[in-house]
Structures are given as C-alpha cells and as structure tokens.
Ligand binder design. Structure first.
Ligand code: NAD
Length: 504
C-alpha cells in the first residue's frame, strides 16, 4: 500500500509562493489580464504528490486571435521603431525583477514540474543571465557595408549597407521539461530583436509564465509586446502555428508536433525554428578516465530524470571498460536521494505525469522483452507521485526499440562496443534520425577530435556531456530541429536582413 499524499510532501513553501498559488491565473493579452471566453481551465498538478496545485485560465482559438491582434498592433506602434538601447534597458529591468523574485520562481518550477531544487535554482539563475546577455545583444544589432559591383547602378558610385530588423510577430511554443528556461531562451532574444510575441506554455506547466507576465508588466514593456495564452496544444498551439498574421514560430517540443507545426506554417510560409527530440550517443573508449566517466555518463542520462532533450541515452561502452563503467554507474545512481524537490537534499524527482511514467515503464518492459538485462531500477515506485528510479539496461543491441526511440525518462541503454575503429564507432553513433547532442570519453586528444568531427550532432562534448550555457549555440542536426538558440545565433533567429543600395 502506498501512503496517501500530503500537500508538498509535507514541506513548507514561502508565503509569497502560497499567495501566488491562491490567486487567479489569467491570460495576458494586450496588457490586460483576462479570462478565456469558453471559461475553461487547466489544472496544474504537483508531480511529486499527484495533488492539484492551482487552476489556470485556458485559451483557445479566440484568445490566440486576440493575442495576435494585440501583438500586431504593438509591432505597428512605437515598439516597432524602438531602439536597441531602449529595449536593452527594459530587459535589464526584467532581469533585476526576476532576480528579486527568484525564490518564488524556483519554488514554482519545483512544484509545477517536479524538478529537484538545485536544478530549479540553476535554471532560474540562468534565466536572469539570459535577460542580461540579450540586453547586451540589443546594443549590438549591426549590419555590414559593401561596395556593389558596377552593373548594379550602371557604373555610378554606389554604396550598399545592410540593416537587421525584427522578424515581426512571433509565436513561442514551449514544452514542460524546463518551463521557464525554454521560454526565456526564446523570449529574451525575441524582445532584444524588437519582435512582439505570443507565448503558449505547456498545459503541464502553466504557472511560471503567468508570474513572468506580471514582471513583464512591472518592467514597463508596452501593452501587447508580450502576450501569454495558456491553453491546449491542439487548439491554441495549432491556431498560433497556422495564424496568417504570425511571422515566425519558435517551437521547442517533440519531433512529432514539430512536423505538425511545419505543416501549419505552410499557409503563410512563416519562418520556423525547431528544437526537437534527441537520442544522443555517448561513446566511452577503453582509455576513458572512469573516475570522471562514471558520474559524468550517469548524469548525461539521468539529469532531470532523463526528461531532457540532450540526454545521452545510447551508451556505447567499450568491452574493455564496460563492466567497470556499468557497476560504477549503478552504485552512483543507487545513492541518489529521490523525493520532493522542495527537500534541498533531493537529487532525483518524479516524472511529469502518470501518463509519462506509464510510457517510460512501457519502454523498460519492451527492452526486457527484447532481451535487455536490468542492472538497476525498473518500474514505477509504490509511493505518491510519478517516481520511476534511474534504470540501467545492458545487453542492448542497436536495433532494439529502447535504443532507437526517444524515451524522455530515466532509462540508460548500454551497448557493448567491440571495436576501436573510429569509422565503425561513428557509423554506430550516427545510426539515428536525431542529431542533438553527444559525447566522447577518452584520454586521447586524437581519438576525441576524430570522433567529434564524424558525429552528426549540433553539440558534441569531450569528457563531459550537454554543455548548455547562455553563450554557447545549441540546436539539432537532422530531425532534432532547425536553427540554433543561445548565443549570437539565438538573436539572429529573430532578425531579418535588409540590403539597401544607394546610387550616389
Ligand atoms: P510536445 O511536442 O508534446 O509539446 C510542446 C508544446 O507544443 C506544448 O506547449 C504543447 O501544448 C504544444 N503543442 C502540442 N500539440 C500542438 C500542435 N498540434 N500545434 C502546436 N502546438 C502544439 O512536447 P513536450 O511533451 O511538452 O516536451 C517533450 C519533448 O520536447 C521531447 O521530445 C523533447 O526532446 C523535446 N524538447 C526539446 C528541446 C530542445 O531544445 N531540442 C528542449 C526541451 C524539450
């Protein structure tokens, strides 16, 4: 028998977070807080207990249309002609407000998503940094100059220069796995570029976007520059992707929904950026430093309970170190403290929902049926919340479903590597439709760089995995996505280039 759940698993939350949870959570359209016309709500649930946290107003087609109209008006108004330094000041103000309220955001991310406290704190701090970084970026939106060839102006003297301009009205559709962070890494550069936006958070994690909306109003962004519409993907998300007055969609989520967005965007040929799924390879060579590789490879898979697009989930462990690596990782993950993220000593939280836990357990069973060996972990734990422990499967062959499909949960699949041939290993690593991340663990510089140059992924790390930072570009090859986020490329994604030629 499992114990009956207690609110927040018996942990206290701050009065400010409790007050926010008790208040109405409305839609933010054209600078006003409003209800949806249909009177529908999303129930936010604490994944660590399964208990409801708050009711959140839900919008659909009508609310998206109203938000797009507000964003279009705002883009046609003074914001559309605002200078980079003006936008920079607003972004810096927003950074300071987020810093002021960082404790509330940290608790909200823990409660809404289930992530451990140390990860929530890290992501909120990183969001502050993203607003600061792109506040700097707003100052550096610069074109180039060149001299056109004679045929352009019939030999008269001429000058060509380029202007970088905002793409326009942009829809930001985000997932649940790191709710605030996946939103801010789009919002900060979009605002720095001068776009106006409609945010569509995930139904699973609607809360932090609502609180951020309050800070956006407090910072002084003009009405309609940022609109926030919680609502279902199939209605609100689909309408935003298809809307003829939206100039661009930036989407983070599953490859399946990414494909639907591309189809919906075809109507007005809006620009599309996609950050999608992954099944990233981790290659551990015979000369790897196991003191680094054991915790490093384990965290490559199990960070955020594996609900992490860049998770390293296809482990190619060379036969020479296979057993020591697996034994070391099993002992390492068995030491994790599982529980509610509000407990500061917790290292491993629940999965987002009962459905996700069932899906992940289905994959584990499928792997075992196809011949894998269970080293540690297994099914859902008999306790409140959606907890599935870190699970390691060995004897996984490269054709098994668990080795090919994105599980998005705490399941590591280890393949025993019998070769040291770089070309053979690269072919195995690249035998996937994805290309988001990857890592190589070796003491040999030569082996590392030869493998890195052959692995078809947007991010490949050496003796570490998933290097994510505000100033490092991130994105996928192949079916892991289109475009890059973070860094300078993250800002470029919200800018057009206009070439101006003047006959002198
Ligand atoms: P999801 O694709 O189910 O949902 C993402 C968002 O799309 C949600 O806001 C949802 O409401 C919306 N949506 C759903 N159907 C839609 C439709 N028809 N039209 C428009 N919008 C729609 O993804 P998820 O379950 O929230 O997140 C998990 C997935 O996200 C995983 O596949 C993971 O790999 C991926 N992800 C990728 C990155 C990255 O940077 N590459 C980062 C985080 C998560």
């Amino acid at each position: 028998m499992s114990a009956s759940p207690q609110p927040f698993d018996g942990h206290a939350i701050s009065p400010a977070t409790a007050a926010f949870l008790g208040e109405p959570h409305l839609l933010f359209i054209g600078g006003e807080w409003c209800k949806g016309r249909a009177g529908e709500a999303i129930t936010s649930v604490d994944p660590a207990t399964g208990l409801p946290l708050a009711e959140v107003e839900s919008g659909g087609v009508a609310e998206i249309d109203a938000a797009v109209a507000a964003a279009s008006r705002a883009f046609a108004g003074p914001w559309g002609r605002s200078s980079g330094p003006e936008r920079s000041r607003l972004l810096m103000r927003l950074a300071r407000l987020l810093e002021r309220d960082a404790d509330i955001f940290t608790e909200l991310e823990i409660l809404d998503n289930g992530m451990p406290g140390f990860i929530a704190r890290l992501t909120v701090n990183n969001c502050v940094e993203m607003f600061e970084y792109y506040a700097g970026g707003a100052f550096r939106i610069e074109g180039t100059t060149t001299t056109p060839p004679p045929h352009v102006t019939a030999t008269a003297e001429a000058l060509t220069y380029t202007i970088r301009e905002a793409v326009g009205v942009v829809g930001l559709i985000v997932p649940w796995n790191v709710p605030l962070s996946t939103l801010v890494l789009k919002l900060a550069p979009a605002l720095a570029a001068g776009c106006t936006v409609i945010v569509k958070p995930s139904e699973e994690t609607p809360l932090s976007a609502v609180l951020l909306g309050r800070l956006i109003a407090e910072a002084g962004f003009p009405a309609g520059v940022v609109n926030i519409v919680n609502g279902p993907g199939e209605t609100a998300g689909a309408r935003l992707s298809q809307h003829p007055d939206v100039d661009k969609i930036s989407f983070t989520g599953s490859t399946e929904v990414g494909r639907k967005i591309v189809q919906a965007a075809a109507g007005n040929l809006k620009k599309v950026s996609l950050e999608l799924g992954g099944k990233s390879p981790v290659v551990v060579m015979p000369d790897a430093d196991l003191d680094i590789a054991i915790p490093g490879v384990a965290m490559a898979t199990f960070f955020l309970q594996g609900q992490n697009c860049m998770a390293g989930t296809r482990i190619f462990a060379h036969a020479a170190i296979h057993d020591r690596l697996v034994e070391g990782m099993a002992a390492f993950v068995q030491s994790f403290k599982l529980g509610h993220g509000l407990d500061p000593s917790v290292q491993f939280g629940p999965l987002i929902s009962a459905g996700q836990a069932a899906r992940v357990c289905g994959y584990i069973e499928n792997g075992l049926q196809q011949g894998a060996t269970l080293v540690t972990g297994g099914g859902k734990l008999n306790r409140p919340g959606h907890f599935v422990p870190p699970t390691i499967l060995t004897h996984v062959s490269t054709d098994m479903t668990v080795f090919r499909e994105e599980i998005f949960g705490p399941v590591m699949c280890v393949n025993r590597l019998e070769t040291e041939d770089i070309e053979e290993i690269a072919a195995l690593a690249n035998d996937t439709v994805y290309g988001l991340s990857g890592s190589v663990w070796t003491r040999s510089l030569s082996t590392a760089h030869r493998l890195v140059s052959r692995i078809r992924s947007g991010q490949v790390s050496i003796n570490c995995h998933g290097a994510i930072a505000t100033n490092i570009p991130f994105g996928g090859y192949r079916q892991s996505g289109w475009g890059r986020e973070f860094g300078k490329e993250g800002l470029d994604a919200y800018l057009e280039t206009k070439a101006v030629t003047a006959r002198l």
